[in-house]
Design a binder for this molecule. Structure first.
Ligand SMILES: C[S@@+](CC[C@H](N)C(=O)[O-])C[C@H]1O[C@@H](n2cnc3c(N)ncnc32)[C@H](O)[C@@H]1O
Length: 233
């Protein structure tokens, strides 16, 4: 997401307006991004700049390890893309990033050129937001537990995808564990991996696969892949 060719990543316009945001969840989320970007606040041992690089690489790797190998002719939507995206590094036909904070985030981060951004929660996405485009792959990393209504959001995704379309949903397990989840206001939901699979099933998907890596490090991610139609995963 961050424009590497720009001499300065931070635009410096700090006029973010928390009052405009409808929920405490989004206010807390915006504060998180703003603090980290504007003041280069670190994540664990790393500075935010280092974190961006590591995080972008990680998301790209997560994507590439999942089911969709050839993206060249695909239209990809990153749901809950936040301030650090990665889809600009994918060779894709078209890229969309959706986040209810993206307008606010764009005041202090240079968004990636060539990606179309939608300033909405996934629950409110409608056909007009996409023009004539058809989304082939939805990717969403560690965002579903922030949504206002995960079942509604997943149902929107299911209805929007064509037969043969994919939903790739990697998630940090630390937030899928009832004892470690809900660490702050921005996490509106906490569910186990199994509960999340059950919600995805209720949204309409029949082909769903839960992939857990063998090595369970602190940053370990579980991935859920779902496909629309008669697809074997
Ligand atoms: C933990 S961040 C993850 C950001 C990014 N996917 C990443 O891995 O760096 C969660 C993001 O979900 C977004 N979000 C909150 N509610 C949402 C909703 N209803 N629909 C889509 N995204 C939402 C937040 O604004 C935030 O940027």
């Amino acid at each position: 997401m961050i424009n590497k060719s720009a001499s300065k990543r931070v635009i410096g316009n700090t006029e973010i307006t928390f009052q405009d945001l409808p929920t405490d969840n989004l206010k807390s989320e915006l504060m998180f991004w703003w603090r980290h970007v504007m003041f280069n606040v670190g994540c664990g041992e790393r500075s935010f700049d280092q974190h961006v690089q590591v995080h972008e690489d990680k998301l790209l790797k997560l994507f590439k390890n999942l089911y969709v190998k050839d993206t060249k002719n695909k239209t990809i939507l990153d749901v809950g893309c936040g301030a650090i995206g990665f889809i600009h590094r994918l060779d894709a036909k078209l890229r969309f990033g959706l986040d209810p904070l993206i307008e606010q985030i764009s005041r202090f981060v240079n968004l990636a050129e060539g990606t179309k951004y939608i300033n909405k929660g996934i629950e409110d996405l409608n056909k007009n937001d996409l023009g004539d485009n058809r989304i082939d792959v939805v990717f969403s990393h560690s965002s579903v537990d922030h949504w206002t209504n995960p079942l509604k959001g997943l149902t929107v995704i299911y209805k929007m995808l064509p037969i043969g379309g994919y939903l790739l949903l990697p998630h940090q397990t630390v937030f899928l564990n009832p004892t470690t989840a809900k660490q702050n206001l921005s996490h509106t939901h906490s569910f186990s991996e199994e509960m999340l699979v059950a919600i995805i099933k209720r949204s309409g998907f029949k082909a769903i696969k839960l992939i857990s890596p063998e090595i369970k490090s602190e940053e370990y991610e579980v991935s859920i892949v779902a496909a629309k139609g008669n697809v074997i995963l």
